[in-house]
Design a protein around this ligand. Structure first.
Ligand code: NDP
Length: 272
C-alpha cells in the first residue's frame, strides 16, 4: 500500500483522516483553503501543499473532505487537468444525486472516482467502531480499501456512486431520531425533578440497548405495524406519553418523534 495520499480539506474530519493515515505510516500531503491548519500534521510527518494542483500532483490518490458538494466543485474545478488520469475519493457528505453528478463530471474528465460516506466522528476515526461506506467501481474499491483501511473499516455498498451518500444520510436520520428521543426523555425526567444522571445510566441506556436491535429489525419504512406490536395499544401509550409531556411542561417541538409514531399507529389501526 505504497500509494501516496493527498488530503484536501483540513476541517475537524480532514485532520482526523490525515492523522490516522500518518499514524499507519502512509505518505500524506495535505491542503486546506485557509492556511494554518496543517501545522500539527506537518509536525507528525505530513507535507503541506500550497495549492490544490500541487496537492494533487504530490499524491497517487486524492481524498477530498470539505464542507459540502459546492465546496468540492469549487475546489476541484481549477485542477481538472492535474486530476485527469488520476484517482479521487470524495468523503464529503452530500446527497445521492450530488454524488452521481460528481461521478459523471469527474469521469468525463478522466478521473477514476469512488464516492464515500464516513460513519465515524473525528475522535472515532481509526478506531474499531469506525467504518466508511464506498460506492462506485468494485475493482477501484478493491484497490483502495487496503490503502484507506487506517481511517476505518471499508464497506462497499454498490456500483451506483449515489449509494454511499444515500446510506450515510439514511443512517444519520436514524441517529438523529434516536438523539431526539433521548433528548425528550431527559427533558421529561428533568422537568419532573428526577435525577438525570441516574436515569441516563440505569434506565435509558440499558433500555435503548435492549430495544435497538428490535427497533432496527422492525423498521420497514411503511405504514404497517406487525400484530405483536399491537398498534392500538401503542397509540394509547403514545397519547399518554404526549399528555404526560404536556403536564410536565416539556416543549412539544421536542416530541416530534412521538407524534410521528402516534400517527403511524393510528394509520395501522385504521388499515385493519
Ligand atoms: P469543518 O467545518 O471542520 O471543515 C470544513 C472544511 O471545508 C474546512 O477544511 C474548510 O476550509 C473547507 N471548506 C468549506 N468551504 C470551502 C470552499 N468553498 N472551498 C474550499 N474549502 C472549503 O467540517 P468537518 O471537517 O467536520 O466535515 C467535513 C465533511 O465531513 C463534511 O461533509 C461532513 O458532513 C463530513 N463528516 C463529518 C463528521 C464529523 O463528525 N465532523 C462525521 C461524518 C462526516 P477552511 O478551513 O478554508 O474554511
Amino acid at each position: 500500500h505504497h500509494e501516496r495520499i493527498s488530503i484536501l480539506g483540513l476541517g475537524a474530519m480532514g485532520r482526523a483522516l490525515a492523522g490516522a493515515l500518518l499514524d499507519s505510516g502512509r505518505e500524506v500531503t495535505v491542503w486546506n483553503r485557509i492556511a494554518g491548519k496543517a501545522d500539527e500534521l506537518v509536525a507528525r510527518g505530513a507535507r503541506e501543499a500550497s495549492s490544490v494542483a500541487g496537492a494533487i500532483g504530490a499524491g497517487d490518490l486524492a481524498v477530498v473532505c470539505l464542507l459540502d458538494d459546492a465546496s468540492v466543485r469549487e475546489t476541484l474545478a481549477p485542477a481538472l487537468r492535474e486530476l485527469a488520469g488520476g484517482t479521487l475519493v470524495n468523503l464529503t457528505s452530500g446527497s445521492a444525486r450530488q454524488a452521481r453528478e460528481l461521478a459523471g463530471w469527474l469521469g468525463g474528465h478522466g478521473v477514476r472516482f469512488l464516492a464515500g460516506g464516513i460513519m465515524a466522528v473525528p475522535p472515532t476515526v481509526g478506531t474499531d467502531g469506525a467504518f466508511i461506506l464506498y460506492s462506485g467501481a468494485r475493482d477501484l474499491f478493491d484497490r483502495l480499501a487496503p490503502v484507506l483501511a487506517p481511517i476505518g473499516r471499508s464497506h462497499w455498498v454498490g456500483e451506483d456512486p449515489g449509494f454511499a451518500a444515500l446510506y450515510d444520510m439514511a443512517a444519520l436520520s436514524g441517529m438523529y431520531g434516536m438523539g431526539a428521543g433521548a433528548d425528550h426523555a431527559v427533558a421529561l425526567v428533568h422537568a419532573e425533578g428526577g435525577d438525570v444522571e441516574t436515569f441516563r445510566r440505569e434506565v435509558l441506556q440499558p433500555w435503548m440497548e435492549q430495544m435497538l436491535p428490535i427497533t432496527v429489525a422492525g423498521a420497514d419504512g411503511r405504514e404497517t405495524v406487525p400484530d405483536e406490536f399491537n398498534p392500538a395499544m401503542q397509540a394509547t401509550g403514545l397519547e399518554n406519553i404526549l399528555s404526560a409531556s404536556g403536564e410536565a411542561g416539556v416543549p412539544t417541538d421536542l416530541a416530534g418523534h412521538l407524534n410521528a409514531s402516534l400517527w403511524r399507529m393510528r394509520r395501522a389501526v385504521a388499515a385493519r
